[in-house]
Design a protein around this ligand. Structure first.
Ligand code: SF4
Ligand code: SF4
Length: 359
């Protein structure tokens, strides 16, 4: 049967749509019909245990909408789910790889909109649709598994055979008859536990269960309070995010690709190295950064998810862990910072560096 306003039948349209997604630069694409996510009860149990920390947007209305993928966008029947690699082959460093390029929300939303425009041109009529890029009440990894893109790793990431797990997911919810892809049913983690063993803070409390309150990614990016002191030493030189449980994954070693879209490639200025001197230099730059420099330096970057004071708080922890006496003047200056949490973390770092220096 042909789709409304077009001579293409549903399988043909679906096939051409997926080809178009690959043509736009996505590494993986699939179709899922909407409904209740298979992982919604696990998600609710995780939330009820308080493991989402202070991410309040996961509660309230957001929680209700997440309970069924038909709810966020009225009329939508299917999701076109796409993934784009952000380049796991780049060296690790104090800023997680995903945040080194242009803001992925903007980059991916534009590409997903192109897919929407292609659909409307092809069908010769408007199509009710809405793009989501890590931005709405959708269990995106559940949707991606259902659309056949990959499986949930024990590190909670979606792992795809096409590009590993260093990737962004995006969805276009559409009111359109499409042919769903076969869900990805296999669990290819097997008996591996590398990610659980490698997590420096013990945040992966069991396979596929992440206690965000212990996770360096959550604590450095989302958490707007003091970093729990017992965890600080485990951060090492990490300042924004953490790639450790992805770095150790054998499937990433095998599948990871270069960034699929040019604007996801790293910008100048973010150290792509675990060299301590580079980490210290970057941390000091953050410590002395003004609000105007922050706005200018990180314009269009996902790193702005963290306010300047949060980056300075995180930089204090990095310097407290890998700094030397040469970093003390910068840290001491932050002991009078206007933000009380920056002051507290700077004092902690001064004491650590002073104690290390006396050893
Ligand atoms: Fe642990 Fe880092 Fe993975 Fe969080 S991102 S679970 S801290 S290894
Ligand atoms: Fe699965 Fe091992 Fe990768 Fe963890 S490191 S996600 S257990 S394959």
């Amino acid at each position: 049967m042909s789709t409304h306003g077009s001579t293409l039948d549903v399988p043909e349209l679906t096939q051409r749509l997926l080809a178009q997604a690959y043509g736009l630069g996505f590494d993986a694409a699939g179709i899922a019909s909407l409904g209740e996510p298979a992982t919604v009860s696990a998600f609710e149990a995780w939330r009820a245990a308080g493991m989402h920390g202070s991410m309040a947007w996961l509660d309230g209305t957001g929680a209700t909408l997440r309970g069924d993928t038909r709810r966020p966008h009225p009329g939508a029947t299917h999701a076109i789910v796409v993934a784009a690699s952000y380049g796991g082959r780049a060296p690790s460093g104090p800023v997680a790889r995903y945040a080194r390029g242009d803001d992925y929300h903007v980059v991916l939303r534009e590409r997903v909109r192109e897919l929407h425009h292609w659909l409307e041109r092809t069908l010769g009529r408007p199509v009710n649709a809405r793009p989501y890029v890590d931005s709405g009440p959708l269990l995106e990894r559940d949707l991606a598994q259902r659309a056949g893109l990959g499986w949930f790793g024990k590190n909670t990431m979606l792992i795809t055979p096409q590009a590993g797990a260093f990737l962004f997911l995006a969805s276009l919810l559409v009111e359109l008859d499409l042919e769903p892809s076969a869900p990805f049913e296999a669990d290819r983690c097997g008996r591996c536990t590398r990610c659980l063993d490698a997590c420096p803070t013990g945040a992966l409390v069991e396979p596929r269960v992440l206690d965000a309150r212990r996770c360096i990614s959550y604590l450095t990016i989302e958490h707007r309070d003091a970093i729990p002191e017992p965890l600080r030493a485990s951060f090492g030189g990490l300042i924004y995010g953490c790639d450790i449980c992805n770095d150790v994954c054998p499937w990433n070693e095998r599948f990871t690709r270069e960034p699929s879209l040019p604007s996801l490639a790293p910008r100048m200025g973010f150290p792509a190295s675990d060299d301590v001197a580079e980490i210290r230099a970057f941390a000091r730059t953050l410590c002395v950064m003004s609000a105007a420099e922050y706005a200018d330096t990180f314009r269009g970057s996902a790193i702005k998810r963290a306010k300047l004071w949060m980056l300075q708080r995180n930089a204090c922890i990095a310097l407290g862990n890998v700094g030397t006496a040469a970093d003390l003047p910068v840290l001491e200056a932050l002991c009078t910072h206007e933000h009380p949490l920056v002051r507290e973390h700077a004092k902690w770092a001064c004491e650590r560096v002073g104690a290390m220096d006396r050893q």
